[in-house]
Write a protein that binds this ligand. Structure first.
Ligand code: COA
Length: 260
């Protein structure tokens, strides 16, 4: 893959994708969005990848938003296509059948916050700022931010953040349930690696079943969500990993999941 704006690395079941435009605080231009799409397709299909970490290059930003210099040039038709493509990418990440961890190493604003919201877990360094400041540019979030934020933190808080555009710090983000964990900047990378390695050793069918049940189930009536959970549970019980996990417990040894 010929990547200009991303660094992409796979090791021990963990794929790490780094958005690499630090001089522009990793702003998402069209090229970067296309590359992210290609890389996400790759990791989805690669059976050796069990977990994905998404982060930004440099010490200042995860992603400071969609590229404002490109947004300024958009006609309504372009903007429709731009938002649709961005939303499709976010949905592809959200529906990834393996955990995607946002390692939020600084500003996560606008499209950057929307990218983090599409990930399954969010770990942030204590210098991070999260927000949807689009209102200050005379626009609104277009990569799913209005929809995911309200589902995550409720209407009152989502409208508070989107109508003012004011970013929040990590202690507030933690108390709102927007992020899973806060670390010092130095501890962010090792903490994320430890979590990723732990998840990479879990049973992939079980991880996929949890992700699908929680994410698709959240937007279903309870009965449909429960039916989805039942079918994923049953499917999981047909795997060798289920046999291995239960046998290992009974034999008092750690399980070795193979992904079968
Ligand atoms: N799109 C395009 N370029 C961006 C960008 C974005 N979303 N965010 C930052 N940049 C660029 C700046 O234009 C600047 O480029 P330059 O050096 O060529 O002038 C560079 O990144 C560094 O940013 P700068 O603003 O100088 O850093 P700062 O530390 O003073 O401020 C922020 C940091 C994040 C507060 C500020 O960059 C900002 O508000 N960015 C826009 C956030 C936003 O509105 N995002 C939503 C977009 S839809």
């Amino acid at each position: 893959m010929n990547l200009k704006n991303l660094l992409f690395h796979k090791s021990d079941g963990v794929a790490t994708i780094t958005i690499n435009r630090p001089e522009k605080l990793n702003a998402l231009n069209q090229q970067t969005l296309m590359e992210l799409h290609d890389v996400m397709l790759d990791v989805r299909q690669d059976q050796s990848v069990r977990v994905i970490i998404l982060t930004g290059a440099g010490e200042k930003a995860f992603v400071a938003g969609a590229d404002i210099s490109e947004i300024q040039q958009l006609t309504a038709t372009d903007a429709h296509q731009f938002a649709s493509r961005g939303q499709a990418l976010m949905r592809m990440i959200e529906l990834m059948p393996k955990p995607v961890i946002a390692m939020v190493n600084g500003y996560a604003l606008g499209g950057g916050m929307e990218l983090a919201l599409a990930c399954h877990l969010r770990l942030a360094s204590d210098n991070a700022k999260l927000g949807l400041p689009e209102i200050k540019l005379g626009i609104l979030p277009g990569f799913g931010g209005t929809q995911r934020l309200v589902r995550l933190i409720g209407r009152t808080r989502a409208l508070g953040m989107t109508l003012t555009g004011e970013p929040i710090g990590t202690s507030e983000a933690l108390s709102l349930g927007l992020i899973n964990q806060v670390t010092s900047p130095e501890a962010l990378h090792p903490t994320t690696q430890t979590l990723a390695k732990m998840l990479a050793q879990s049973a992939p069918h079980a991880l996929a079943g949890i992700l699908e049940s929680v994410i698709l189930g959240q937007d279903m009536p309870l009965e449909s969500g429960l039916a989805l959970e039942t079918s994923r549970f049953a499917l999981c019980c047909s795997t060798q990993d289920m046999q291995e996990g239960t046998t290992a417990f009974l034999e008092k040894r750690p399980a070795q999941f193979q992904g079968n």
